[in-house]
Design a protein around this ligand. Structure first.
Ligand SMILES: NC(=O)c1ccc[n+]([C@@H]2O[C@H](COP(=O)([O-])OP(=O)(O)OC[C@H]3O[C@@H](n4cnc5c(N)ncnc54)[C@H](O)[C@@H]3O)[C@@H](O)[C@H]2O)c1
Length: 275
């Protein structure tokens, strides 16, 4: 059901690792809606080579950049503008990684060097992307930047560990930079808070399957898929959402407004927990 929503728009998409990545679906949908873009990921991720299939499918080029390295981001933006023939209109920041989560380190014993890495990759990188884009004047007026978040920014999810801090900081950067970039260049910046989704990053969180099923049973509409995230994202890149900025938009099937659902009550009754 493509509607040419992004015809004539140019962008930069961070974070497509493999076909399960949320960024992968967003790139496919942006392409179907008429956008042209450059794909970027870390040099290590590019060694997996999957991204080149996406590049072929979407007729786009791939540029390696460690999103935490400002000099690499500067080169990336310069090259992207050369390839696309001028300034861009949208950026997707779909990047997250926690060494503490990966190594299953308990929250109360966080490794602080790893914590710094988590924050740098998963949150401060958005600031770096925006700062470089603004300095190079790389985004057209009324351009749109979207990052992906999770409700652990607001609430405690016991095994989400330091990624919760990263998401809280990420959403704060959305508001703070959203003010400055809005005033300076009419650029809008928003986060989409997505349901648990089966991806490489998602599956790295211990107990992910429980997260997934719990959220699915709690949400009146069930979990939002990465395809539906791509629909929201494309809408946020389009001119139909020009006055939305500095927001955290829940694409979660209603999870964030729930306390308990009948489905979960029934499950507790079924397992003999109703006394
Ligand atoms: N999967 C979920 O359940 C879920 C839910 C809500 C939000 N999110 C968020 O969605 C975003 C995308 O994650 P995903 O679930 O698609 O998993 P994913 O593993 O496919 O994507 C994470 C991406 O981050 C990239 N990355 C890591 N370090 C990098 C670096 N130094 N430089 C450049 N890129 C780097 C990885 O290569 C990968 O492409 C993340 O911010 C994640 O926290 C995921």
């Amino acid at each position: 059901m493509a509607n040419n929503l992004l015809k004539g728009k140019k962008g930069l998409i961070f974070g497509a690792l493999d076909e399960h990545s949320i960024a992968w679906k967003i790139a496919e949908k942006a392409h179907a809606e008429g956008a042209e873009f450059v794909l970027s990921n870390s040099p290590i991720a590019l060694r997996m080579k999957d991204i080149y299939q996406l590049a072929k499918k979407t007729n786009s080029q791939v540029i390696a950049a460690d999103i935490t390295e400002v000099s690499e981001l500067e080169d990336l933006f310069e090259e992207t503008m050369q390839i696309l023939g001028g300034k861009i209109d949208f950026i997707l920041h779909s990047v997250g990684m926690s060494p503490n989560v990966r190594k299953n380190i308990p929250y109360h014993e966080l490794n602080y060097d790893y914590l710094e890495k988590t924050l740098d990759v998963s949150a401060i990188s958005l600031h770096k992307v925006l700062a470089v884009a603004q300095r190079l004047d790389a985004i057209n007026d009324w351009g749109s930047v979207v990052t992906l978040s999770y409700i652990a920014a607001q609430r405690t999810f016991s095994s989400y560990s330091d990624m919760a801090h990263a998401k809280a900081m990420l959403e704060s950067i959305v508001r703070q930079f959203g003010y400055h970039y809005g005033v300076n260049k009419k650029i809008r910046i928003n986060s989409i808070s997505q349901s648990p989704t089966r991806t490489t990053a998602g599956a790295g969180v211990s107990g992910f399957n429980a997260f997934f099923h719990y959220a699915d049973d709690m949400s009146p509409l069930g979990n939002a898929t990465s395809d539906s995230c791509a629909d929201v994202c494309v809408t946020m890149f389009s001119d139909y959402t020009k006055m939305i900025t500095m927001q955290n938009i829940y694409n979660d099937g209603g999870f964030s407004s729930m306390g308990i659902s009948n489905k979960l009550i029934e499950k507790f009754i079924d397992c003999g927990c109703n006394e």
